[in-house]
Design a protein around this ligand. Structure first.
Ligand code: PGA
Length: 237
């Protein structure tokens, strides 16, 4: 599982299946020759169609539940995702933690279950602005990593909440400090996420202990996503 990884988190975008297919086609073509791992995370309802039309990139889901089936209205199970051919999931994204109120315990259950099912799991961790201002960012992230199984399919994404969708990325020094901590604690691949764009990706890609990016907004444009992916190759420390 060597090498760097580019991941695109589409969140609740785009609005139509037609646009989703167009975007996935574009990304599939634009990234095809890059010798890094590539994965995009479209909304659940587009997964089947998107899977059908791509050939060069992996497709993942933005969330998954911890039970296989049953009375859990509105949830999607690991069994269902596996059945349609999905092998990647994001778990514990800060929007799920903060807007949908998922706690560390729920997230840990999801991670364990998804790993049992054989998914590659990207677990998101990261502190809020207040935590950083009070200098407790390391403690917050340590707590979010507590109890994690040591599994080869686990990847961590460090995404400081104050940098997500704000245009305010963390500095290389802040990223290096947190990635080193996460690597020391878990030994896993660590991605950075939070306002990564083609303007800052070159500088950020040189950070020590950075194994790739989890990109939100900029993954919705083929050109920017491709440029970010390229910088991971060109500017390897
Ligand atoms: P952003 O989102 O790149 O739009 O800041 C990153 C993420 O939430 O994964």
């Amino acid at each position: 599982m060597e090498g760097r990884l580019i991941a695109g988190n589409w969140k609740m975008n785009p609005r139509t299946l037609k646009e989703a297919i167009e975007l996935a086609r574009g990304v599939d073509e634009a990234l095809k020759d890059l010798p890094i791992e590539k994965v995009i995370f479209p909304p659940f309802v587009f997964l089947t169609e998107v899977l059908r039309i791509v050939g060069n990139i992996n497709i993942g889901a933005q969330n998954v539940f911890y039970e296989d089936s049953g009375a859990f209205t509105g949830e999607i199970s690991p069994a269902m995702l596996k059945d349609i051919g999905i092998n990647w999931v994001i778990i514990g994204h800060s929007e799920r933690r903060n807007i949908l109120k998922e706690d560390d315990e729920t997230i840990l259950k999801k991670v364990k279950r998804a790993l049992e099912w054989g998914f590659r799991v990207i677990l998101c961790v990261g502190e809020k602005l207040q935590d950083r201002e009070l200098n407790r960012h390391k403690d917050v992230v340590k707590r979010q990593l507590d109890g994690l199984p040591d599994h080869e399919n686990l990847i961590i994404a460090y995404e400081p909440v104050w940098a997500i969708g704000t245009g305010k990325n963390a500095t290389p020094e802040q990223i290096e400090e947190m990635h080193t901590l996460i690597k020391d604690l878990t030994g896993k691949k660590v991605l950075y996420g939070g306002s990564v764009n083609p303007e800052n990706s070159r500088e950020l890609s040189m950070v020590k202990n950075l194994d790739g990016f989890l990109v939100g907004g900029a993954s919705l444009k083929v050109e920017s996503f491709q440029q970010i992916a390229r910088s991971l190759l060109e500017f390897h420390p």
